[in-house]
Design a protein around this ligand. Structure first.
Ligand code: AMP
Length: 426
């Protein structure tokens, strides 16, 4: 086989395959993120993996790296300009507006889970295809809603056993106070010694410069005007209420006046969860309020708040904290048939066990006793269900407890009930 042929068997750069047993942690993380949302009345929404490219131009912002550099765009045979979704919020808002959900009771609370695509420089924790669980609460301006979402995310991380994460919190102001601050920040930044790219950013999106990770830039930012000193009374009061609600709920946070995040549409509450065991790609999730986004994509005024949590990075965070989730999807019973008649009988019992809710597996491939028992042990099953011709002649199967080694003959028609009882399922 030539290398050219072989290379088609490698996942594309910046992507990876989820395979057992690692994929178990991935599923468990998704479930842990979704469970608090479902308890809080968020309904599941699923949108297409691609959208009209215009949605992201308008909804994510033409000055963001995500849209200008990282979007996977394509022209269909019919001439439509589409993009693989780089994030979830714009799509979910589009779907809600399209279905007129905003004309019903507000807020509309939705959650989603899926794949996102960004043409980024791959590194540990940064991929071109990654997975997020997200939540959006559309159509209400209420600090309790911002607090609710933050609490639900913190609870999700905690329920996984994560400890070394921190919540960074900031307010980006609103359409009253942000423009005044923006101008003051631009005045400050224009006087600095910055490269051409960064100068351009000063003109298009000056807040983003605060987020520049380079030392040379950070050093010059001492004394830069901060949004928190420019918040209008309304924004200040709103932010204080969010902070108070978080404190009352026992969710710790750090005020981070430089937190701006990568997307254009945020207003007021902005937050990020970072994990201290992940190196440079430390953000495990983030979000905020986006009161102007609906109008940006052509909808009515619909003040909203939401977040997206990174599933891949949360799995890495679990690994960094040495957390083993109890994700046992293992068989409880492993059937070891000796001979054709036993194969038929045990296959029937395995099916019956599964239908009664007991995880069961079978020694496929006509293995001999020794190899089949090896498979049973390797499967992690608690019991091996063994039968040969003689057992069947007596109408029994042998149930062997793989922990104690104890073996009990059980009548064929009593096996399922006995196994269920022993597993505490009866
Ligand atoms: P964002 O939509 O950029 O706010 O991202 C929300 C979360 O998704 C981040 O905090 C990360 O955990 C995750 N995320 C974003 N981009 C990537 C990526 N390229 N690879 C892996 N995870 C990502």
């Amino acid at each position: 086989m030539t290398t050219a042929v072989l290379s088609t068997f490698y996942a594309p750069k910046g992507t990876y395959d989820l395979i057992p047993p690692d994929s178990e942690a991935f599923l468990a993380v998704r479930e842990a993120m979704a469970a608090p949302l479902e308890r809080a009345g968020y309904g599941y929404v699923e949108t297409p993996g691609f959208e009209h490219v215009e949605l992201f131009f308008r909804g994510v912002g033409e000055s963001t790296d995500i849209v200008t550099k990282e979007m996977y765009t394509l022209t269909t045979k019919g001439g439509d300009e589409l993009a693989l979704r780089p994030e979830g919020t714009a799509s979910v808002l589009r779907a809600a507006l399209q279905a007129n959900l905003h004309r019903g009771a507000l807020p509309v609370k939705l959650w989603y889970s899926g794949s996102y695509y960004r043409y980024e420089r791959p590194q540990a924790g940064r991929y071109r295809h990654f997975s997020q669980v997200g939540a959006e609460a559309l159509g209400a301006e209420d600090p309790a809603l911002d607090a609710e979402l933050i609490i639900l995310a913190a609870d999700a991380y905690r329920s996984l056993g994560l400890r070394n994460f921190r919540l960074l919190l900031n307010s980006l102001g609103d359409k009253e106070c942000r423009p005044v601050y923006r101008a003051a920040l631009q005045d400050f930044l224009r006087a600095l010694d910055l490269d051409e790219d960064t100068r351009r950013r000063v003109e298009i999106n000056p807040l983003r410069v605060l987020d520049d990770k380079r030392d040379a830039v950070q050093k010059q930012l001492t004394g830069a005007p901060m949004m928190r000193d420019h918040l209008c009374e309304g924004c200040k009061e709103y932010h204080e209420q969010v902070r108070a609600l978080l404190t009352a709920a026992g969710v710790e946070f750090e005020d981070d006046p430089k937190l701006v995040r990568g997307l254009d549409y945020y207003t007021r509450t902005t937050f990020e969860f970072v994990h201290d065991g992940l190196g440079s790609q430390s953000a495990v999730g983030g979000g905020g309020r986006y009161d102007g986004l609906s109008e940006m994509i052509g909808g009515p005024a619909l003040p909203s708040v939401g977040w997206a949590l990174g599933v891949d990075r949360t799995v890495l965070a679990l690994r960094a904290e040495n957390i083993e989730l109890d994700t046992a999807s293992r068989a409880a019973v492993f059937a070891v048939p000796l001979g054709d008649e036993a194969r038929r009988a045990l296959f029937g019992l395995v099916t019956e066990l599964r239908r009664s809710g007991v995880a069961a597996d079978f020694a496929y491939g006509g293995k001999g006793l020794k190899n089949a028992m090896k498979s049973a042990n390797r499967s992690g099953a608690r019991y091996a269900m063994v039968a040969g011709e003689r057992d069947l002649a007596e109408g029994v199967v042998q149930l062997k407890d793989l922990e104690s080694g104890e073996q009990t003959p059980l009548p064929l028609d009593a096996v399922v009930a006995e196994v269920r009882e022993r597993l505490g399922r009866a």
